[in-house]
Design a protein around this ligand. Structure first.
Ligand SMILES: [Mn+2]
Length: 281
């Protein structure tokens, strides 16, 4: 039995409310830091680290990976990247001894955990990407010497790491594009990797205001391989800032519902069930 807790984003009140409602072994899906507005990064990290030292499981989110890269000069120093990381920077500072201590701890968190009957990743359980990373790092934990190629996304290894924590995207076939919710023209589309029967760009497209503009053309083999097989063990992720009521999607689910906090209580079932969801509101 294990209770899986998604993205906390420096929200100590949410962590307290979660811990008051659940009992038994815990697993965390990453993105502990970086409040949207205000938060308490240090308090959340201290609590989670204490729980991990006591046996809780935890994986790395894209915010932890970005912080590791930022404090080593391996992430672009742009206003957007600083804004995303502002609550940590305000409280803990930039490349301070404490920032280096926390980001060093982030590197001890694996990118994925396979618990036998249940798999955990922050954004995507990509079978080919996990194989690529595991060939070098079988335990899923990155080392300092891996970081430059991840920051630059310059190698298959570096790109695989990014897809595991941030989710896969595909470049649309030549001539195709869509306009996103902010009015920006995009030629890359996020993939709903959990739709095991998705065979075309349109069926696999995520976060597109009008999916009909996406071509109903077959996904190339390399991209099709990112789609999670229907007969594989269940996967829980966070990351996707879901709206509406929490629900499972089949053999995968995101637990990241910022407006409707939830967790998942797994009792060994081989298929995810809506009744495993624990609402924390
Ligand atoms: Mn995330």
């Amino acid at each position: 039995m294990l209770t899986i807790i998604p993205d906390l984003h420096a929200d100590l009140g949410r962590l307290d409310a979660t811990l008051a409602k659940v009992s038994g072994p815990l697993g965390f899906l990453g993105d502990f830091i970086d409040a949207k507005d205000t938060g308490d990064d240090r308090a959340v990290l201290t609590r989670v680290r204490g729980l991990v030292d006591g046996g809780a499981k935890a994986i790395m989110g894209n915010h932890e990976l970005n912080a590791v890269l930022f404090h080593r000069g391996l992430r672009d120093d742009t206003p957007d990247n600083r804004k995303q990381h502002h609550s940590f920077l305000d409280q803990i500072g930039e490349r301070t001894p404490e920032a280096m201590e926390w980001t060093g701890w982030f590197l001890t968190l694996p990118l994925w955990l396979d618990l036998g009957g249940l798999r955990l990743a922050h954004a995507c359980w990509s079978v080919p990407d996990i194989a690529t990373v595991a060939a070098r790092r079988p335990d899923g934990c990155l080392r300092e010497e891996d970081l430059p190629e991840i920051g630059a996304e310059s190698t298959p290894f570096g790109r695989a790491v990014k897809r595991i924590v941030s989710g896969p995207e595909a470049t649309l076939p030549a001539g195709h594009f869509f306009v996103d919710g902010k009015g920006k023209v995009r030629r890359e589309v996020r993939l709903a990797w959990w739709r095991s029967d998705a065979a075309t760009y349109r069926a696999a497209a995520l976060s597109v205001p009008d999916p009909l503009v996406i071509p109903d053309m077959a996904l190339p083999e390399g991209i099709r391989a990112e789609i999670y097989p229907a007969d594989a063990p269940p996967v829980l992720v966070g990351h996707y800032k879901m709206t509406g009521s929490p629900r499972v999607w089949g053999n995968a689910a995101s637990l990241d519902y910022p407006a409707t906090p939830c967790a998942y209580r797994w009792e060994g079932e081989g298929a995810l069930m809506d009744r495993g969801l624990v609402l924390l509101g």
